[in-house]
Design a protein around this ligand. Sequence first.
Ligand code: ADP
Ligand code: MG
Length: 214
Amino acid sequence: MSLGLSWVTAWVADTVKVVSDNRLHLIDLDREIGDGDHGENLDRGFTAVKAKFESLPSDSTPGEALKLVATTLISTVGGASGPLLGTAYLKGSQAIGDQAELDSDAVVAFLTAARDGVVLRGKAEVGDKTMIDAWTPAVDAATAAAADGKSPSEVLRAASDAAAAGAVSTEPLVARKGRASYLGERAVGHRDPGAESSSLIIAAAADAAASQEG
Ligand code: ADP
Ligand code: MG
């Protein structure tokens, strides 16, 4: 079982839905420790991605499709999260090159390069109360699952479970990057909106992979 273009299009469709369903939830989280625009930013971005995908050539590689996600997010999402997530998809797409089908190692390469892209751009470390607190546990869990011989879908499920736990782990933290860092101790007790949305996006990747298995 490997993941091709149909997985990317299913992932985008699932992400559009989950971001739209969680728009208010993400706005509420960002209102607590930021400026309240995170749900709006992502909803605008993925709505634009959905429109772009309507004219995606059917012979595109997964990498080309994921690059389209990247460039669309970079050009349509304001705020810190647009360039950061856009860089994640861009670096991830470059890591898988022109492979038509992604095996477990390619999924790990995608996730690792995506996370590394966010770090390169935003310089956050685990524990800084950012989306990295979802991405890095996801990469670690995916790497372990692939080393265990798990399928791409199982690798993404392991990543998704770890990202969800990672998002929850931001709650007791003081933020050291982004807008929330201006709040000092007042950010304690609130979940980071970007960690939450990244966990939702990674969960959508796992759901899309599971649906591919039929
Ligand atoms: P803004 O903060 O500009 O309003 P958003 O609200 O869309 O942008 O996104 C905020 C999220 O961006 C935060 O919750 C955090 O997860 C993420 N973020 C901010 N700065 C960084 C950074 N330097 N590295 C990684 N993630 C970051
Ligand atoms: Mg914001």
